[in-house]
Design a protein around this ligand. Sequence first.
Ligand code: 6PG
Length: 510
Amino acid sequence: MAETNYGLVGLAVMGANLTLNFAHHGIPMAVYNRTSSVTEKFLAGEAQGKPITGADNVRDFIGLMQRPRRIIILVKAGPAVDAVINELRPFLEEGDVIIDGGNSFFQDTIRRDREFQGTGLYFVGMGVSGGEEGARYGPSLMPGGPREAYDLLEPALSKVAAQVADGPCVTYIGPHGAGHYVKTVHNGIEYGDIQLIAETYNIMKHALGLSAPEMSEIFARWNEGRLNSFLVEIASTVLGFIDADTDKPLVDLILDEAEQKGTGRWTSQNAIELGVPIPTIDAAVWSRGISALKEERVHASSILQGPRLDGSANGSGRYDREHLINALESALYAAKVSSYAQGFALLRIASDTYGFELNLSELARIWKGGCIIRAELLNTIQQAFEQDPSDRPMNLLLAPHFAQEINNLQSDWRYVTGVARELGVPTPAMNASLDYYDSYRAERLPANLVQGLRDLFGAHTYRRVDKEGYFHTQWEARPEPELVEAVPTVPPAVTGEDDPVEQTTETSRT
Ligand code: 6PG
């Protein structure tokens, strides 16, 4: 076989397809899988006649590559990644690069990056999006870690990545765990998109009583406009699919319990940690959770009632079909913009917090092809963040194009959420997107009352709009404690609730 620097460990679906992709672009590959029968099967099957060779042990696998070696690991995120690294480490030499291409938790990637520092070896944490087909024909790649390691990988990654009009869907994301962090947020946005599409389908189904094939056509039409995206396209495909055994739409036969592998939840957990609001993604995560309570929901459906509608059990005949379908298109688009605004706001804050130095415009660019959230909308997002730093919007909702669009769409958006409320159809993500929009644009929120309550029960202090400083008020006249006969007792526990702020105490009752 021709000489190569590239190897791959883990020949499950993603690993096998990525290997074929590299080989297709003339990059010879060495492969290794812990279970050697998997390697043998791959070499005798799909890899036949391609510049791909394999070994059944790590020493021989390493021997198949020239230095500096570039070894991609594609195994289940978590301990399996450390196990493979530990297996490879004794055989690696100065300058070799390990690339973890799985959906690893970004804090694990930060730890691994640290463990590699000073060893002469490099560790790259690379997000790979696009599923099986992306891996084979062009994924979106999000590599993070040492810049010099990226420079070594760049020529090959640029070939295997998806290609869009303005280049390959790969860029240097940033140091340490930046690549896996960005992939995690990509997945969070993916959760939001999927949930918004599912809610739109559910409103259409309940309000208009449309069949799955009818809705398939509507999604296909929407995909030709501003909603153009991979997920809207495949929504049309899934809704239009007829089960050969029953001659019914397959979607109607699929159990309504959504599963998850964890990246959406990580996005929400991290956002909570950083104090960044991403309610649409949160709603998508908990929606999967409540969907999994199938038995409880079936039981509850016979006890808890929804709104009483005159006539039919659903909304059929109640709403003007064309008007509602058009409003749903606007609402889905507006809710999606709001969700992306949340995701990009999280990326911006995380970049500052972790020193990732993210280029938001570049992220939008590399998500335009190959990945699950590829969408027309990313062109506008890319342009919005391409501006000079002084003109760059703090939040996507403030980009003039989006601000104007949402201003025009908001009445449809509100109408749709109103219809859902009227019918009792749950729309957590659609509402969360709208509430984010309404909260973000609110000059004054009721947080003043929140502060007042906190100060009353816990002396947590508050700031005022008319004076500088922190204040505490004695809100209620305290009754004098009654004198009771003294009995020996233990001292009260210290609550530890003191805020470390300099306080100006305002004791007068207001
Ligand atoms: C991608 C996807 C992929 C993941 C799905 C499923 O970008 O190619 O994000 O990495 O398999 O997101 O994730 P859940 O099982 O959590 O829905």
